[in-house]
Design a protein. Structure first.
Length: 647
């Protein structure tokens, strides 16, 4: 019988209470402490799930108020595993802790799949200082020994490893009290850590499990909760299959491989994915996995990843998402008597090529079937149709009746069915109806006259004006002056255009009289007035091109003619002397363009207050092929001198 036993402190693990009792009685041999507490010196009590608790409670002083449930629920880590064990397995773990025939760790899933409990007992430096001030001694906290808890949720500092081993035989080392083993050190702030929020969430979730005695949950309830969350997050197909590869990849990106490795919760993305712990959690309700035990830390990571807290996940049933709202849904067949009435009670789910987006297939009693993509964002979305899959017998019967009715126009039929004419023709072919429906149109005596296109008189006037301003020009030259007008008239008024165009020149050299002067054969022939206007337009346009913002481009002759004059051919000096002279003066040579690029790059670096190296300057200005030119080299040297002075 134990005569004097210290009262446990809040959140003190039972190992710490035994260690303080060992310091209090000061027995000469550590085996004597084991004999007195457990009735045998061969007992190997553990820190998290100790055994032989029945004998220990029976040895407490007379008149004590402690019970087995009190120690199990408030001073061991059993509540941490309790919600995720089946009732049978939890009863077995509890029985092993009370009687102590064999270890309860394997039954609770501890140490399986490489996740081991901490090797050393851990403590919070700030908690130690506060307890020594308030109580006169410190003790080992239960929360600090939970797997995955790396920071103190109260003080936001990292937990420190002590010199007391947590996974060793107590027969070799005995019980070591925290007051005799902990040396005060400076705490390490955890708020600056990259993984602070994740580690804080784990600590808070573990604290919630220890403080709230949640009863063991049905394994099928856990599976239903996980299935609903997977569907909500887009990792479940409409057929109920889990996209494990996408799930595991997104999970590792969410937590990072370094953090998972530190928590002993790594996930492989290659090989047999069903063997990963995250895959086993998501298949808890399958017949092959109904006996699978998953560690609480695994559940915490999975639930937080899927967007819920542990309290929300365990306390209430998650409602499955309704991508198309609550029924019934309307019939969208314009021919049906139930049009826009909500007569469809069920729908089928399908999946699009975009993962996570569902398609609902709705079928009315009239046979009309349509689909649309979810989810619905408003009640009006229920009247939105994405695609018609089946038109149905009512729709087909109505189309057959109207197709041969000569009093109804083709467009009116399309408007009645609320589709376009192409859809009507396509469905008529499906029903083996004659397309086009010439026999359905009322015949009018004589040939129907062609309608004159809109704007005919305007285009004719424009073409006559072009011909009048350039008398004697060839057809090709006139076409270059008004390309759009010529093309429009050729398409809509070809006969009139042929009458008002110069005759086409036949191939071959025409015969000339000896006294007749030879005419120029160039494709360009401008009047003096047009030549001067074009030269002036070129000079203004080149000034605009050289002052454009952004990276400079070389102003070549072809670019001038293409972007300023919007023409294809360059004029010859004989037919357009002023234009040719203007092109010769303003067209940019490669050397001039290189000098302009140097000025632009210099201005760019001056505005950015950057002094680049000579190599960087040359690469920025694209001058590698121009370095053999003396003027370019001198301009680069001058630019580098300016940059070295002002940056």
């Amino acid at each position: 019988m134990i005569e004097h036993f210290p009262d446990p402190y809040p959140d003190e693990i039972l190992y710490s209470v035994w260690a303080r009792y060992s310091e209090l009685v000061s027995l000469p041999y550590k085996e004597d402490v084991l004999q007195e507490l457990f009735g045998s010196s061969q007992v190997k009590p553990s820190v998290d799930l100790p055994s032989h608790l029945k004998h220990f409670v029976d040895q407490l002083p007379y008149g004590h108020s402690y019970t087995l449930d009190f120690f199990l629920n408030h001073h061991t880590l059993l509540p941490l595993y309790r919600p995720f064990l089946s009732c049978e397995r939890f009863s077995l773990v509890q029985e092993l802790m009370i009687e102590g025939n064999r270890s309860a760790h394997l039954v609770a899933g501890i140490g399986s799949r490489g996740l081991l409990s901490p090797l050393w007992l851990r403590y919070c430096p700030i908690c130690v200082v506060e307890e020594r001030t308030r109580l006169g001694e410190c003790y080992w906290h239960r929360l600090h020994q939970a797997p995955g808890v790396e920071i103190c949720s109260k003080h936001c500092v990292f937990l420190e490893n002590s010199t007391v081993r947590a996974r060793s035989s107590l027969r070799d080392f005995g019980f070591l009290a925290a007051e005799k083993s902990i040396v005060s050190i400076k705490p390490r702030e955890a708020t600056s850590s990259l993984y602070f929020h994740t580690l804080m969430n784990i600590a808070c979730e573990a604290q919630y499990l220890l403080e709230h005695l949640i009863e063991p949950l049905d394994i099928r309830f856990l599976h239903q909760q996980y299935s609903t969350l997977l569907t909500r997050c887009g990792f479940m197909t409409p057929q109920g299959r889990i996209r494990f590869r996408d799930l595991l990849k997104t999970f590792t990106e969410y937590y990072s491989e370094d953090l998972l490795r530190a928590l002993q919760c790594t996930v492989r993305l290659q090989g047999y994915l069903d063997s990963e712990w995250l895959s086993r959690i998501m298949r808890l309700a399958s017949p092959k996995n109904h006996k699978t035990v998953c560690h609480p830390l695994h559940h915490i990571l999975a639930i937080r990843f899927l967007g819920l807290t542990l309290e929300m996940f365990l306390s209430q049933e998650i409602v499955p998402p309704l991508p198309f709202g609550e029924g019934p849904w309307p019939c969208l067949n314009p021919i049906c008597e139930h049009y826009l009435q909500q007569t469809i009670s069920t729908y089928q789910l399908s999946e699009t090529n975009i993962k996570g987006h569902m398609v609902g297939i709705f079928s009315c009693a009239c046979g009309y079937t349509y689909s649309r993509m979810g989810p619905a964002s408003s009640p009006e979305d229920s009247f939105r149709k994405g695609k018609t899959r089946v038109y149905g017998s009512v729709w087909d019967k109505k189309l057959r009746a109207l197709w041969f009715d000569g009093t109804i126009h083709h467009k009116d039929i399309a408007d009645l069915f609320r589709v376009n004419r192409y859809t009507i023709n396509r469905q008529a072919k499906r029903l083996n109806l004659p397309v086009p429906r010439w026999n359905a149109r009322p015949k009018v005596g004589g040939k129907r006259p062609k309608r004159k296109p809109k704007g005919l008189s305007q285009y004719r006037s424009k073409w006559l004006k072009v011909v009048k301003e350039a008398p004697g020009e060839s057809r090709r030259a006139l076409r270059l002056h008004a390309q759009g007008v010529y093309n429009w008239l050729r398409r809509h008024d070809h006969e009139w255009l042929e009458e008002h165009c110069p005759p086409k020149k036949r191939p071959g050299k025409p015969m000339q009289d000896s006294n007749q002067k030879e005419k120029p054969t160039s494709r360009w022939k401008l009047g003096s007035k047009n030549d001067a206007c074009m030269a002036e337009e070129i000079r203004k346009g080149v000034l605009r091109l050289t002052n454009e913002a952004g990276s400079p481009e070389r102003v070549s002759k072809h670019r001038i003619f293409r972007e300023i004059l919007h023409a294809r051919w360059l004029p010859s000096p004989d037919n357009a002397p002023l234009t040719s002279q203007a092109l010769q003066e303003v067209a940019e040579t490669y050397e001039a363009f290189a000098l302009r690029r140097i000025r632009w790059v210099l201005q760019h670096y001056l505005e950015a207050h950057i002094c680049p190296t000579r190599k960087q300057f040359i690469e920025k200005a694209h001058l590698k092929r121009m370095l053999n030119i003396q003027e370019v080299q001198k301009a680069i040297d001058d630019a580098m001198d300016v940059l070295s002075q002002f940056t």
